[in-house]
Design a protein around this ligand. Sequence first.
Ligand code: PMP
Length: 775
Amino acid sequence: MLALRTSPPSFGIAEGERIVRDFYGLAASITPLPGERDCNFRLRTADAPGVESREFVLKILDVAADVGSTECLIAVLDHLAEQDPALPVPRLFPTQQGDAIGRFSRDGIDYAACLVSFLPGQLLADSAPSGALLHHVGVTLARIDRALQGFFHPSLTRRLAWDVRRLPELAEFSSYIDPPALRSAVEKVATALRACLPRLRALRSQAIHGDCHAANLLVDAEGLSVRGILDFGDMIHAPVIMEPAVAMSELLTEAVAPLESASALLQGYAEGQLLQSDEVELLFDLITARHAVTVLVHAWRCRHDPQGAQVLASAASHSGRSLAHLLSADREALTRTWHEAAGTSPRLARPVDLARRHRLMGAGAELFYAKPLHLVRGAGVWMYDGQGQAYLDVYNNVPHVGHSHPAVVAAIQKQTAILATHTRYLHENILRYAERLTARLPAKLNACLFVNSGSEANDVAWRMAQLASGHHGGLVMENAYHGITDAVAALTPSTGTPRDPRVVTLAPPPSGLRVDHAMSRADLDAAEIDTDRAVERLSERGFAPAAFYIDTAITSSGIFDPPATWARAVSERVRAAGGLIVADEVQYGLGRPGSHFWGFERRGLEPDIVTLGKPVANGYPMGVVVANRTLIEAFQAEFGFFSTFGGNPVAAAAGLAVLEVLDREALMANASATGNYLREMLETVAARHDCLGAVRGTGLLLGLDVLGLDAVAAKLRTKRIINILASEFRILISYEGPHVNILKLRPPMPFGRGHVDLLVQAIDAAAGAIDAGGN
Ligand code: PMP
């Protein structure tokens, strides 16, 4: 049977004073305090010369009624004092004998005296709380729950009527509820809650306070912050979300604060304790269930415990009204608001989501994977969907130092709260960033222009190269990608843009040629002849080369890692024809090669211009063009240059944080170690499968060839492996190359050996399925 009756032990003032004297050696005047289960007294020690009077609360507990709860209460107060000594919760004082409680009997019944600190403040019940106060209630509850994380006591699993998961049992007494409308509302809520039980059981659980109501909350005189949370006697082991749910249910009745202020409380809680989408989805059921419990306990007591019913009368009538109000509200809209406050994402019905996307973004807006993903959060090398499911990110180089890296987030947050303007004002951040960046580049690359993307950086570099060379032709690698502006699209044969007569392509280096290989004379001759022919083709069209653009990982052409002699041979021919060398480091820069900080260093190139994008600010939009100051100044003089957002103080702060984290966490060394290990493991796994071929690239930008009977079969297999990895292993990769037959692996830089093992096992399994299935 659930404990529905309330019968606190009854002790008089004189008895209380004697207990305080006997156990604690204190002479104190005492006054009664209300209590549902315990007999409570507030006590103030007598003034004595030189000794300030102090205040305490004496609790007298009926030990026999619940031995476990008494033990649990002592243990939890100790635990909280240890874990978070500054928490505004009561502290336990030992008896003169050093015991946690004083044990005694009266009329054959065992009792425990327990002395705790008296917390000053006024009850929240006595005032209408502001949004700020409700937010602080949430923050404080989350802090208590964080401190409670490691706590357990067997009595936390006892059957408690106030535990909303017991509502279906309690609803057996629904016939005690008088107004039929209220009775049927309670029954409806009980049925809904019963259906939620399996989902509730799947949620993370821990010890929670579980009873945050207005008479358990002390606030300061201004009503701005929480001064104390009382009564740890109703603690249970339960889903974490039940903590804010109970508080929201108890506080957001018309007796205290309107339901609309629920968001403030929830937001405060979520700030201290990240919530998950599944938890927020259940809030409505839990909040209504708590109201139903209050109504039912009251109805039961009206029949069997009239004194106890009186204590609960006003709460029950508020709960009845709140229940009616909630049941007539728009549940979906409320839940959406709560998701917003908690920073979680609503469950979306996919077809609706896709149709909406097509309507708003055009049906051509590309999505990865046969079953598109809806991701809501990232941390390190992981991303998470709304259900909290983790996905290993082996594809994104924008979150270079890891998704939402705290140092970058903090730098952005801090600067954006101070000032976000542009480079027409002096600012320390952008200068410091330019200094730190150029310090990592060859001496002649000593000045920067700031833009907002890789495309813009390449676009600016294009005009700069034309100005410096006086030429207007471009050389790019076959199937190169350099961006989306009109000018850069012409330098981007991979997107199938109509060929611009000013742009010609160069053949990639021979496949299989690795950085540490010696290049044969014949191969060198071939590269030189190919470059000279390209220059000739330009000249036949009336152009000379302004620049040779090279993505230093030669990514979209198929991921190549040729020896330095290859790039030198090509670049010397370009220079001989009067062209500049533009190293596009959007893919490879900032340590990704592992062996070098810049891709052009690994290629053996001495670029005139370096362009940066994607990883520089870890996701905050930023692009940089670095060149010699004379080139930059010539460009400024000819065209003038200003980009509204380019190089703003927030972007610069993010860029600085990225450079700092790269060094602090030795991520380039990690790219080398993990990259080597990944390469080795891929070679081993490729050797086991007919459908896998060569490993390409180095550091943390690798490719793995997928083989098939013909190009179409290989492409289909590539896509199949990628989809198997995403849907069955929750590992995210993509494809690369002119024939779409290369698995592209380009994870955030903190990728480690354990992640490699997960990835390689998954590729092994997917390739096994393909080998077995034959397609
Ligand atoms: N250059 C290279 C080598 C790239 O890979 C990309 C983006 N994929 C760009 C330039 C363009 O950068 P953004 O998308 O920031 O304009």
